[in-house]
Ligand binder design. Structure first.
Ligand code: SF4
Ligand code: SF4
Length: 401
């Protein structure tokens, strides 16, 4: 990959090359989406099966990417002769609503845990074939466990469980809604690859210190009927001596065993100690996806529109922290995310309404607003890890469309 990658950019205000033509048309972001796609979808050939990675949003979330934009991508792929399908993977957990981490901390794991509820959210948000023109496929199967184990020499992982269905396609277009994220610093193309294209196995290993483990001091065979074993869908648990033992290579973090075990905290999933590890782990995941699918097969489009602090996985992602920044396209996931972050830094901040009804002073240009407002980590961690894994380049040339 060359040192300087090309990133195409369409301003949300107007399209430079068309300034003297119809303003009504060129100020429409859907038209700009098509102009960006005309630049980046140069790798699609007649008859290619094209996977279009989306995030359909979470229940009660109103900041997810509108299906109108996704429809434009589908139409553009068809115009190139490709056969498009939307692809998605399921979220953490399986049949549980909350993951108890410790006495006073639990994670609500949302409503995208399996195909049934995930389809409902997709329908609610307009991701229906009859509306957008392509079917939605869950590439990790009905329950999020259909995987291909990819060997890598990563920063944290030596192998990654990539969603098996991805390999049914010839090309991949990754659509990302650029926004904040408390642990990742921001969400963009890299996170779509590293969380969005892997199965629950590696989603879990990215978010937690380790896979689920049995606390042998608490596990007590005299107090149970070995419910952990009977509840595990993948037979990852056996009795080893006086206690249960989980096979980490099989466990995909469904948390059913923790729900069924009658002994409190006999099974736990250790909370991540170092937030930076989360970033390096999901960047390793992204590395595995690109390495196994082929970097030349993938194109990226980031919609830096409606940009809140939090990700599309939560019910309430908060207020927008910067104005709309535009639409970006590239063949390099690092360069496109870097261009978005640079645009975010260079933009003026927006005032945020506090609980007491007062507005904050807008953050100045030059300030990285996600971190300054609430993020626990630095967005540069993603770039540092991506460069170490040689996923792409942070040097880019921005070409305005
Ligand atoms: S983990 Fe719970 S259910 Fe499983 S053997 Fe131990 S005490 Fe029994
Ligand atoms: S050990 Fe089995 S039941 Fe427990 S979280 Fe892992 S896959 Fe689920």
């Amino acid at each position: 990959m060359s040192n300087e990658s090309i990133v195409y950019w369409a301003s949300p205000i107007e399209v430079a090359s068309l300034r003297n033509t119809s303003k009504n048309m060129v100020t429409n972001n859907l038209v700009k989406t098509r102009l960006i796609l005309d630049k980046i979808l140069d790798n699609i050939s007649l008859g290619d099966k094209v996977a279009i990675k989306v995030h359909v949003g979470e229940a009660h979330n109103t900041h997810y990417l509108r299906h109108d934009y996704v429809r434009e991508v589908i139409e553009a792929v068809k115009s190139k002769g490709g056969i498009p399908s939307l692809i998605e993977t399921h979220g953490l957990g399986n049949n549980v609503e909350n993951i108890g981490i410790c006495e006073d901390y639990s994670i609500c794991i949302g409503h995208r845990k399996n195909a049934t509820e995930h389809r409902e959210i997709a329908m609610l948000h307009g991701y229906l074939e009859s509306i957008i023109g392509a079917p939605l496929k869950f590439i990790d199967g009905e329950n999020g466990i259909e995987r291909r184990v990819v060997k890598i020499d990563g920063l944290k992982f030596e192998e990654v469980s990539v969603a098996e269905g991805l390999y049914s396609y010839d090309k991949l277009v990754v659509i990302s809604h650029f926004k904040g994220h408390p642990q990742a610093g921001f969400g963009g193309a890299l996170k779509q690859l590293g969380i969005g294209c892997v199965t629950k196995h590696n989603k879990h290993l990215a978010h937690f210190e380790s896979g689920l483990v049995v606390n042998t001091k608490r596990c007590d065979l005299s107090k149970c009927n070995q419910e952990c074993i009977s509840s595990c869908p993948v037979q990852a648990i056996k009795i080893d001596g006086d206690s249960a033992l989980i096979d980490a290579s099989l466990c995909y973090g469904c948390f059913q065993c923790t729900q069924k075990c009658p002994v409190k905290r006999a099974i736990k999933s250790p909370r991540m100690n170092n937030i930076g590890d989360f970033v390096e782990r999901f960047i390793d995941n992204a590395f595995a996806v690109i390495k196994s699918f082929g970097p030349e097969m993938v194109r990226y489009i980031n919609f830096a529109l409606d940009i809140p602090l939090m990700c599309d996985c939560v019910p309430n992602p908060g207020m927008n922290v910067v104005p709309d920044l535009g639409i970006f396209g590239s063949s390099d996931p690092v360069a496109i995310d870097k261009a978005c972050i640079d645009a975010e830094i260079n933009a003026p901040g927006l005032p945020i309404l506090k609980e007491n009804g007062q507005w904050t002073e807008p953050l100045a240009r030059g300030v990285e607003k996600f971190k300054a407002t609430m993020s626990l980590t630095n967005p540069n961690l993603q770039f540092d890890a991506a460069l170490k894994n040689k996923i792409g380049s942070t040097d880019y040339k921005l070409i305005q469309i």
